[in-house]
Ligand binder design. Structure first.
Ligand SMILES: *Cc1c(COP(=O)(O)O)cnc(C)c1O
Length: 356
C-alpha cells in the first residue's frame, strides 16, 4: 500500500532524492564505489558539496558576505554554537516552544539572555506579538516554525540588532530577506535531507566580536576557512541534500514551493474548520504553521483519538500522532509531501466523522 508520510522529522523526502541517493549508494558518480565509501576529499564529493552550496545560495537568494556551512551535531548543537560565536554580552530570545526554550537554556551559558516574550503559560498555542527587542542586544533569536506546537512566524522580523533564526522545520518554504539576517540554521531532517547534517548560513562580518576562546570545532570561522571540510562532514546527508536542492530548483524554487505548501495547508485547515469532531490547537489563525498542522478531537469525541490513528494507519496514513508532550494529532506537510496525501487524510477525517 502507498504510504502517506506525515512524520515530523525525520520526515518525507522527495522520490527524486531517495532514488538518486539509493543509486549513489550502489554506484556514486560512475566511480564504481558507493557514496558511503569514498573519501570526502575526492574530486567527486568535492563537486557535490560545491554544487549543494551554490544551490543553497541560488535558491535562497543569499547575497554576498554570507557563508554556507554543512555541519554535524544537529540543530541542537547550534543552540550553543551560535551564542559561543555571537553572544558577547546580551542576547534577546523569544520563547515560542520547546526548541526555543532549549536554545535559551544554552545561550544563558554565554551571557545575559533577555526573553522578550513567551507563550509558555498558554502551552505555546500562539505567537506573542507585543514585545520589544532591545537595541543593545548582540542579536535577537527566534524559531520561525514551532514544529511541536504548529505555530509559525512567516514574516522576517525587523529588529534593531542582529537577527538570527532556527529555521529547522520551515526553511525552503518561503522566500527570506537575507539582508535582515546575520545567521540562520536548520537541521536537515525536516525539509532537506536525512538526519545528520545541519545547514548554517552566517554573515561573515557577524563573527569575531566575542572575546572568549572558542574550541576549534565550535568556531564557525574554522568551517568557513576549510569549506566545511575541517573534519569529515556528513557525506551521505550532504549528497541527499544536493538531490533535494536540484529538485527544488527544477520545481521553480521558493515561490513555487511556497505556493504548494500554502495550498496543502489550506486544504487541511479547511477540513479541520469544517469539522465538528476535530479542532485546531493554535488560537490565532494568523499563527498557524503551514508545515506542521496540530489538531485534537473536541471533548465530546476525545476518547476516539487513538481509534482515529489506527483508522488512518489502515489507509496508509502514518505519522499523525501529536508530539508526546502535547497529544492529539500533528500532520507535517513538508515540501516533499504531495497534495494527494493531504486529500487522503482529509477524506479519512471525513469518513471517520460520518461513521462515529
Ligand atoms: C527538529 C528541530 C530541532 C532539533 O533538531 P536536531 O537536529 O534534532 O537537533 C530544533 N529546532 C526545530 C525548530 C526543530 O524542528
Amino acid at each position: 500500500m502507498k504510504k502517506h508520510n506525515f512524520y515530523a522529522g525525520p520526515s518525507i523526502l522527495s522520490e527524486y532524492t531517495i532514488q538518486n541517493t539509493a543509486d549513489a549508494i550502489l554506484n556514486f558518480a560512475d566511480t564504481g564505489l558507493s557514496v558511503l565509501e569514498v573519501s570526502h576529499r575526492s574530486k567527486e564529493f568535492q563537486a557535490v558539496i560545491d554544487e549543494a552550496t551554490a544551490l543553497v545560495k541560488e535558491i535562497l537568494d543569499i547575497p554576498e558576505g554570507f557563508s554556507v556551512l554543512w555541519l554535524g551535531g544537529g540543530a541542537s548543537m547550534q543552540f550553543c554554537m551560535l551564542p559561543y560565536n555571537l553572544l558577547a554580552r546580551k542576547a534577546a530570545y523569544i520563547d515560542t516552544g520547546t526548541w526555543a526554550a532549549n536554545a535559551i537554556k544554552e545561550a544563558r551559558l554565554f551571557g545575559e539572555v533577555d526573553v522578550v516574550a513567551s507563550s509558555k503559560e498558554a502551552g505555546y498555542t500562539y505567537i506573542p506579538k507585543d514585545f520589544t527587542v532591545p537595541a543593545d542586544a548582540d542579536y535577537f533569536h527566534y524559531t520561525s516554525n514551532n514544529t511541536i506546537y504548529g505555530t509559525e512566524i512567516r514574516t522576517d522580523p525587523k529588529v534593531p540588532c542582529r537577527l538570527v533564526a532556527d529555521m529547522s522545520s520551515d526553511i525552503f518554504s518561503r522566500p527570506i530577506d537575507f539582508s535582515l539576517y546575520d545567521a540562520i540554521y536548520a537541521g536537515a531532517q525536516k525539509n532537506l535531507a536525512p538526519a545528520g547534517v545541519t545547514l548554517v548560513i552566517v554573515r561573515d562580518e557577524a563573527l569575531g566580536h566575542v572575546d572568549r576562546p572558542i574550541p576549534t570545532m565550535l568556531d564557525y570561522r574554522t568551517h568557513i576557512k576549510k569549506g566545511s571540510m575541517f573534519n569529515t562532514p556528513p557525506v551521505l546527508p550532504i549528497f541527499s541534500a544536493l538531490q533535494t536542492l536540484r529538485y527544488y530548483k527544477q520545481l521553480g524554487g521558493l515561490k513555487e514551493l511556497e505556493r504548494r505548501d500554502l495550498e496543502k495547508a489550506a486544504v487541511l485547515y479547511g477540513a479541520i474548520d469544517d469539522s465538528k469532531m476535530f479542532t485546531g490547537t493554535v488560537t490565532d489563525p494568523a499563527d498557524r504553521s503551514i508545515m506542521n498542522v496540530t489538531f485534537v478531537m473536541t471533548p465530546e469525541y476525545k476518547e476516539l483519538e487513538a481509534d482515529f490513528v489506527s483508522f488512518c494507519a489502515a489507509r496508509g496514513i502514518v505519522g499523525i500522532k501529536g508530539h508526546r508532550s502535547v497529544g492529539g494529532f500533528r500532520a507535517s506537510l513538508y515540501n516533499a509531501l504531495p497534495l494527494e496525501s493531504v486529500k487522503v487524510l482529509v477524506e479519512a477525517m471525513h469518513d471517520f466523522e460520518t461513521t462515529h
